[in-house]
Design a protein around this ligand. Structure first.
Ligand SMILES: [Zn+2]
Length: 146
């Protein structure tokens, strides 16, 4: 289970990892932590000393592989959203906003004024729901309620 470690094993405990000298996985005693992600360890069989490194430290960004490849960071998502919102609102600058109400019926690209969320633009429409892009987030709102 050594490869799912997310933090260093405590000093004086053992960690199962590869020993070059023995040429096999061995238990190694942890002698000391050198920093947050590396520790001095000693093979319990041949007593050779080496440095143990955590495979993937979540907080560490300096050691190679950036984790951002798949999911954009929260701030990136936010700025993507902001630019989508801004361009939507810009493109509808001339349109008058409709006050939001449960009973009103909205259509795609309607500009609405919501008492809580402010100005939003309808992005998609279902018979009883609308998806509205507001400045902070996209909301699913009820409309066309009889
Ligand atoms: Zn060894």
């Amino acid at each position: 289970m050594a490869d799912v470690l997310t933090e260093l094993p405590p000093v004086a405990k053992s960690v199962h990892t590869f020993c070059k000298k023995c040429d096999i996985d061995r238990y190694h005693k942890v002698l000391a932590h050198t920093n947050e992600t590396t520790a001095k360890i000693e093979c319990e069989v041949c007593h050779s000393k080496k440095t143990f490194k955590l495979p993937k430290a979540k907080k560490l960004t300096s050691t190679g592989k950036p984790r951002a490849a798949r999911a954009p960071s929260a701030s990136q998502r936010k700025s993507n959203h902001q630019s989508e919102y801004n361009s939507l609102v810009d493109s509808l600058a001339a349109m008058e906003e409709k006050p939001y109400s449960l009973k009103a019926k909205f259509e795609i690209a309607n500009k609405i004024n919501h008492p809580k969320f402010g100005i939003g633009v309808v992005r998609s429409v279902q018979p009883d729901k609308i998806e509205v892009v507001f400045s902070d987030e996209v909301k699913l709102l009820i409309h066309n309620r009889q």
